[in-house]
Design a protein around this ligand. Sequence first.
Ligand SMILES: Cc1cc2nc3c(=O)[nH]c(=O)nc-3n(C[C@H](O)[C@H](O)[C@H](O)COP(=O)(O)OP(=O)(O)OC[C@H]3O[C@@H](n4cnc5c(N)ncnc54)[C@H](O)[C@@H]3O)c2cc1C
Length: 375
Amino acid sequence: MPGALQSRPVTIVGGGVAGLTVALALRRRGADVTVLERAPAITEVGAGLQLSPNAMRVLDALGLGPALDALSLPSRAVRLRDASGTEVVRLDLARHRPGARFRLIHRARLIEVLEQAALSAGVRIDLGRTIETPPDVPLLIGADGLHSRIRAALNGREVPFFTGQTAWRAVIAAEDAEPEAQVFMGPNRHLVSYPLAGGLRNIVAVLETRDWQDEGWSRPDDPANLRAAFAGFGGPVPGWLAQVDQVHVWGLFRHEVAARWQDGRMAILGDAAHPTLPFMAQGACMAIEDAWTLVACLDATSDQETALSRYQNLRKPRTASIVAAANDNARNYHLTGPKRLAAHAALRLGGRIAPGAILSRFDWIYDFDPVAETP
Ligand SMILES: Cc1cc2nc3c(=O)[nH]c(=O)nc-3n(C[C@H](O)[C@H](O)[C@H](O)COP(=O)(O)OP(=O)(O)OC[C@H]3O[C@@H](n4cnc5c(N)ncnc54)[C@H](O)[C@@H]3O)c2cc1C
């Protein structure tokens, strides 16, 4: 019975990527949607995002394709390099998956597009509303991120653990550059960079360290610390780091995927359900997939308990696999000594004789189509 969402009131806690995407998708199916966001304005930290085809299929189905295309760059390849800058392998995304949409975008631009579309569609966004305990409404969606109150209400108190990795992120001004992501892999550290529309370049640099940082987004750091940690890196890295005048740092924590995503009245999605390390660039993409599937399940039947239980069953195994793949990537990027030499040699050889095989390892992530799966 598609159409079960017509005129149903839905309350969403959190107006990030997950909250705004689910709000828009709900509104497109006729629901009466209110978003409660604790920030006084919808704003975003300065950082980039890679959007892969699995998420772009949802954003396109929501009608956002042209607006996003105008504000993002296509991502043609991922170039893996060693710390000196020497290329290990170039993975040609465009050739391996012709027509698939990999895009590089500033987070603030994605949020603006989502917010604008949600408001135009008739979503109400209440700012300055910090939700400590779940409001008593018939359908409540928790999109309140890493430290979700709604997840805690469903699962009780959980304690994440520090991974021993610290990450810096920065955006610098940049000349036009090849639209591709570059990953520089050094012992116990790596740096990822890609260009963004509007003459910008995004940098994420990860270092294994015993220093304990707070988990969160916005602790400013001295750019000299970033430069010191990556002082041995070559190629374009020293030039990029010399340009960094503002940088934020945070500790990377591991969380389990939530055991319980819903109770028939409340449901969670995005980082609230499955925070991930950033090493597969899939956190926001999974949130966008969740949003589509949650809304399709709710629209298919007016039996809310059945809908939310189907949503959890469809989403939990896939997101758990992606989170596990991100955990593995951290190890692969940071190899040291002979293991590192052997792994890079294998990648070089693989890149020469069967480049498609390296990329095929991730077909299950990028070829997934939430829209076809749950119409
Ligand atoms: C360095 C880095 C690089 C990344 N790169 C990528 C990438 O390339 N591709 C990708 O797909 N993902 C990437 N991610 C992951 C992605 O940014 C996150 O997974 C995504 O932003 C999660 O969205 P969310 O809406 O679930 O949570 P959030 O973005 O955290 O939004 C939660 C919202 O809820 C609000 N909120 C929180 N608590 C309350 C409350 N109590 N009451 C009311 N409102 C509340 C917050 O203010 C916020 O607006 C990256 C992450 C990092 C750290």
